[in-house]
Ligand binder design. Structure first.
Ligand code: MG
Ligand code: MG
Length: 249
């Protein structure tokens, strides 16, 4: 189901977005060699609770921690734990916070110390693809206009777009309609309308797009070929004019 948000709901989503981005930024800033991923979880959780919000991911479908931390070939849904971040790692952090019943959802990929040139380019292209897709997020366009723009840019760089996971509507539910895939055809999919709030989140692999889920933790998604993967996400609002990023400080 797609829900069009009213002014009051949008105000709450702005607040939720600000908290979510604040928590993400704290965790991103803490990424360095020698830090355990569980420490990033504590930093984000503490920030969210201090803002009188709750971590959206905690116990969501049974997820055991408060944020997702996915290192190198891990795409998304990595569970923070005892892993010690190494020099050269790329660390994707996905954060959600719920404020007065409304959610924010955003992600970014940080560098631990000096990373390879190919890793840096992958992460930068992933972020750039989001902002290109964002330009298509205007009323009257369709979701597919965002999808095709992201896919075309990423594949033009020689990378691949993960196909088994996608962006989503967001509001009183962490995940709601419409689906926002990062690949597809312009002119297809749901029509964008003012008051729609969606999370656009390209997941980009250096190698092939195939992924698999860890059979032990039943959460962590990794690239099948072991190549690096990057993630970037914001929650955005469709308006009568330019789209508005809700997950911003
Ligand atoms: Mg997310
Ligand atoms: Mg999301």
């Amino acid at each position: 189901m797609i829900y069009i948000k009213n002014k009051e709901e949008i105000a709450l989503m702005k607040k939720a977005g600000q908290i979510t981005k604040g928590a993400l930024q704290k965790a991103i800033e803490a990424v360095r060699p020698g830090v355990k991923t569980i420490e990033l979880d504590r930093i984000a959780e503490e920030f969210i609770r201090k803002c009188n919000a709750t971590p959206s991911f905690f116990r969501y479908n049974g997820f055991p921690m408060h944020i997702c931390v996915s290192v190198n070939e891990e795409v998304v849904h990595g569970i923070p734990g005892e892993y010690v971040i190494q020099e050269g790692d790329i660390v994707s952090i996905d954060c959600g916070a719920c404020y007065k019943g409304y959610h924010g959802d955003c992600a970014d990929t940080a560098f631990a110390g000096a990373v390879s040139e190919e890793a840096r380019r992958l992460v930068e292209a992933t972020k750039e693809s989001f902002f290109l897709g964002l330009k298509q997020a205007v009323a009257g366009n369709r979701v597919g206009d965002i999808s095709e723009t992201i896919q075309t840019f990423i594949e033009g760089k020689g990378y691949s777009i993960v196909r088994d996971l996608e962006g989503h509507g967001i509001g009183a539910n962490l995940h709601e309609g419409p689906s926002v895939p990062n690949f597809g055809r312009a002119g297809k999919g749901s029509k964008l309308m003012p008051g729609m709030t969606i999370a656009v989140e390209p997941m980009v692999n250096l190698g092939k797009y195939d992924v698999y889920q860890d059979a032990t933790d039943n959460w962590t998604i990794r690239t099948l070929d072991g190549s690096l993967s990057a993630h970037y996400e914001n929650t955005i609002l469709i308006t009568d004019g330019e789209p508005v990023i809700l997950t911003t400080l």
